[in-house]
Every structure is written in structure tokens, then in C-alpha cells.
Design a protein around this ligand. Structure first.
Ligand code: MLT
Ligand code: ZN
Length: 477
């Protein structure tokens, strides 16, 4: 069957609503959020249900057509972008967007892959529960992508990553067969935990079409504070104080360097710094379902001790939910501010939490030595050791010139990460941008095992080609 016959078959499977082919309708599906990769979809499939996903994959597998699953298209590593060759089908899951069930007794939510994370959070809270996963892109990121990338985000220190919330999955394999494992069990030791293969696989082993996630009781009380700090070391000390005081209440502890804060204040309208300017800031979020808790008094006490010890220079506690949101905005708008500030090189790294100050000092010195006036603007999830060590172009360089130095910059940062026994990709994954790093860091038996699994589940290599594994990237040169 030639390609136009395959397209005709696809049209029959998906119906008139389900297949986009006009260049103006499909162009945006080829471009990643950071606009680093301009791909060209063969077409965009928009199936309405799991059966259509299965038929589509069966057809594409038979004819060797690459399929790129795409959710909200918010990947930081071009993980959902098709190649520029125009030969890969984008599989958009947006029409599979039903929340099938929220069960407050079992504390579970059963939902389809195209549901946005925000819609899922709202469905959980409407039932008096909370889906405790929070990432900057939650308004557009979809559950399928969130699980396929094992998203981390702001609450990892309390609730773990996306993987830790998954109880069951429905997955369509490359040959069109369906793993129907939407189980809601807390204990289920029945052979390999296959769900964990697909979480974090970036769509290279199968297409997640639905999931059962764990919920927690909705918080009754929450507190948010922003602290101005003398250094990253002071931030670490403050984290320790909070953990010793009430570890169950601490849901987020986010770090913002002064350079990163200044970018938000400059590029994002209606933002203001409510504390004294300082070298570093920490955003603290506490929450509890316990009625009548002394959350606020406890936080005041910890902050007073930190001020007394001269770790904390200044602090403000939100007085209302609106103020909580305004403080969080200073953190959540980081990526957007950096995008507006020009070209940036992102290093999504993790190190043991206690090594974060050391990492920041060493990586900053390495980058400053490489490019004069480079804007070193780190921020991130200090509470779990994941720092977005992002560098923004200095004013005197063109964007292309600066991006030309990306590999050198990333190599310098990664040298420090290696010395501290960390990871070059903490939560953003590998995508199209980092397969060479995966080979360099996870070569040997680790990569060989990953390849064996890929070969077993997707022998024709149709699922998300060019992602994770270095092959195609090397072939493309
Ligand atoms: C975030 O935490 O805001 C994103 O993961 C980070 C980024 O822009 O690097
Ligand atoms: Zn992050």
C-alpha cells in the first residue's frame, strides 16, 4: 500500500473530525514549546477513543510509519516533535479527555490521556480530594504526556513524581494490542509492574490512553511564604528547619536566584518583589488536611529562628489565597520570563539535596569562565535537589551565537553534575535534545537493557522515532 492509500485508510479509521492534513492546520504540531525544533508532521491524527488509537497503530506498524504521540506540546526537550522529513504522523490525544471516575473513598481518579493536568486537579478537588502533582505547564500539559515523561514539578519532595501516583494504566502497543490494566489497587504484585515501563518512556514503548492515579485528601489549610536569603546555603538550612519542624506539612520548597527573580520582575507584567532584594529566595508552601492545625504559628516560629540565625534576611507570609497565588507567580513565570529574555540554555539537573549549594557555586564559576556576561539564572525544586540551571544570552551576543555554545555550556555544567553524582536530566526527560547524553551517561548494560525492551515492544521502531535513543539523531548528523 502506498502512502496515499495509508492516508485513505487512516481517514476511514478516524472519520472526518479525526485527521488533519492541511498545512495550516498541522504546522503548529511540528514546533516544540521552546521553538528549537521545527518538524513537519505527515498529518495529525485526532482519535476519539482507544479503539481508534489501536487501529491506527496497527496500520502504521504494518506500513512502517512513525507515530509521534503529542499531548499539550509543552516538552522542554522536544519530546513530542516530529522529524523535519515530513514522514511521521503526530498522534494528538486531545479528544480522549474524559474524567471517567473520581472515587473519594478509594482516593483514586480514572481519566483519559488527553485530560489536561489542570482539569484533572479540578475534578479531584470537586470531589473533596487533591491530585498532588503540580507543574508550571499544568494548564496545557495532558495526563498522557505527564505520565510518559514522569513529570516531577513542585510537590515532589512531599508526594514524589508522576510515577508515584500511578496505580493503573491502559496502553496501546505498537502492534495495536491493548494492555487493559486500569486497576485501582494499592497492592498488586502480579509479575512485572508493566505500568512503570510506560511511565517515563516518552511514548517510545506504547501509547498511554488512560490511567488511574492516586489522590490525597484535600488540604484544609495552607500557608505560602517568600523568604529573602543570604545564599543557597541559607536556603538549605531553612529547608532543614522546616523539615525538622513538621515534615508532613511541607509540600514545596522552591529556590529562585536573584538573577532569575529579576528576569520575572522585568518581563512579566504586574509582578513585584514583596521582600528585600537578596542573593536568593525561597518559596515555601505548607498544607495539611488536619483541622485546627497550627500551621501558621509554626511557620512564623521557623522563620523567626531563621532570621535570628541570619540565614533569612526578610520574609513575607501570604494573607489570602490571592496573595498565595501572587507569590507563586514569581516562581511559575520563570520559564516564560526566560523565554522573553532571549535564547536560553537549560540544564535540568539533580544532585543530592545537600550538594545543591556546592553545585550552584561550581557550575556558576564554570559558566562565567566560558562566556563573559552570561546571565546565570538558576531556579527550581531545591526541596528535591532538582535545579533548572538555566543560562540566558548576554545582550552583546546574537541568539544563534549563544545557542551555538549550548553544547560547551551543557558539558561544563554536566562535569560538575557528574562530580556530585547527579543526573543530567532530572524531570524533563531526553526527547530529541538529549539522546547523545543518555548514551554517554547511561551506556553499557543500562542502555543495552533499554534497547532490548524497545526492540521487544516496538520492533519496527514506529513509536516516537528519534527520541531517547541516539540512533536517528546520529543518522541525521
Ligand atoms: C519549571 O519547573 O518551571 C520548569 O520545569 C523549568 C524550566 O523552564 O527549565
Ligand atoms: Zn521544574
Amino acid at each position: 500500500m502506498n502512502r496515499s492509500n495509508v492516508m485513505n485508510e487512516l481517514g476511514k479509521i478516524l472519520g472526518p473530525q479525526g485527521l488533519l492534513t492541511a498545512p495550516e492546520d498541522i504546522a503548529d504540531f511540528g514546533i516544540d514549546w521552546r521553538r528549537l525544533q521545527i518538524g513537519r508532521p505527515l498529518a495529525v491524527a485526532r482519535p476519539a477513543n482507544t479503539a481508534q488509537v489501536a487501529e491506527l497503530l496497527r496500520l502504521c506498524n504494518t506500513h512502517g510509519i512513525g507515530v509521534v504521540p503529542q499531548g499539550g506540546n509543552t516538552s522542554m526537550v522536544a519530546g513530542a516533535t516530529p522529524s523535519a522529513a515530513g514522514d511521521e504522523l503526530v498522534l494528538c490525544l486531545a479528544r480522549l479527555n474524559q474524567v471517567r471516575q473520581v472515587d473519594p473513598r478509594d482516593l483514586t481518579i480514572t481519566l483519559e490521556a488527553g485530560t489536561t493536568l489542570r482539569a484533572a486537579q479540578e475534578a479531584a478537588s470537586a470531589a473533596g480530594c487533591q491530585l498532588p502533582l503540580s507543574i508550571g505547564s499544568e494548564g496545557s500539559a495532558q495526563i498522557g504526556g505527564v505520565l510518559s515523561t514522569n513529570a516531577g514539578g513542585n510537590n515532589t519532595l512531599r508526594y514524589g513524581n508522576a510515577r508515584d501516583l500511578v496505580l493503573g494504566l491502559e496502553v496501546v502497543l505498537a502492534d495495536g494490542s491493548v494492555i487493559e490494566a486500569l486497576r485501582r489497587l494499592r497492592k498488586d504484585n502480579t509479575g512485572y509492574a508493566l505500568r512503570h515501563l510506560f511511565v517515563g518512556a516518552e511514548g517510545t514503548l506504547g501509547v498511554i490512553t488512560a490511567a488511574v492515579l492516586r489522590l490525597v485528601p484535600a488540604p484544609r489549610q495552607s500557608e505560602v511564604a517568600l523568604c529573602a536569603l543570604a545564599s543557597a546555603g541559607a536556603a538549605l538550612a531553612l529547608l532543614g528547619r522546616l523539615q525538622r519542624h513538621d515534615p508532613a506539612a511541607l509540600v514545596a520548597f522552591e529556590y529562585i536566584s536573584d538573577a532569575a527573580m529579576q528576569l520575572v520582575l522585568r518581563h512579566i507584567p504586574d509582578t513585584a518583589l514583596p521582600v528585600a532584594a537578596a542573593p536568593a529566595y525561597a518559596l515555601i508552601h505548607l498544607a495539611t488536611p488536619r483541622p485546627g492545625s497550627d500551621l501558621r504559628a509554626g511557620l512564623e516560629q521557623v522563620l523567626a529562628e531563621a532570621i535570628e540565625a541570619e540565614d533569612c534576611i526578610d520574609a513575607v507570609m501570604a494573607e489570602s489565597l490571592a496573595q498565595q497565588a501572587a507569590l507563586w507567580r514569581l516562581r511559575e513565570e520563570q520559564s516564560e520570563a526566560q523565554k522573553r529574555a532571549g535564547a536560553s540554555v537549560k540544564n535540568d539537573i539533580s544532585v543530592p539535596v545537600s550538594s545543591v549549594p556546592d553545585f550552584l557555586a561550581r557550575a556558576s564559576a564554570a559558566c562565567a569562565a566560558l562566556i563573559p556576561n552570561i546571565v546565570i539564572a538558576p531556579f527550581g525544586h531545591l526541596g528535591d535537589g532538582n535545579i533548572h540551571f538555566n543560562l540566558v544570552q548576554p545582550p552583546e551576543l546574537e541568539a544563534a551565537q549563544f545557542l551555538g555554545a549550548s553544547e560547551t555550556i551543557m558539558a561544563a555544567v554536566n562535569d560538575v553534575v557528574r562530580q556530585l553524582d547527579g543526573s543530567f536530566s532530572a524531570e524533563h526527560g531526553i526527547g530529541r535534545l538529549k539522546p547523545a547524553m543518555l548514551a554517554a551517561w547511561r551506556g553499557g548494560a543500562e542502555l543495552a537493557t533499554m534497547r532490548a525492551i524497545k526492540q521487544a515492544l516496538d520492533p519496527n521502531g514506529i513509536l516516537n522515532p528519534g527520541k531517547l535513543f541516539p540512533d536517528r539523531v546520529e543518522r541525521d548528523g
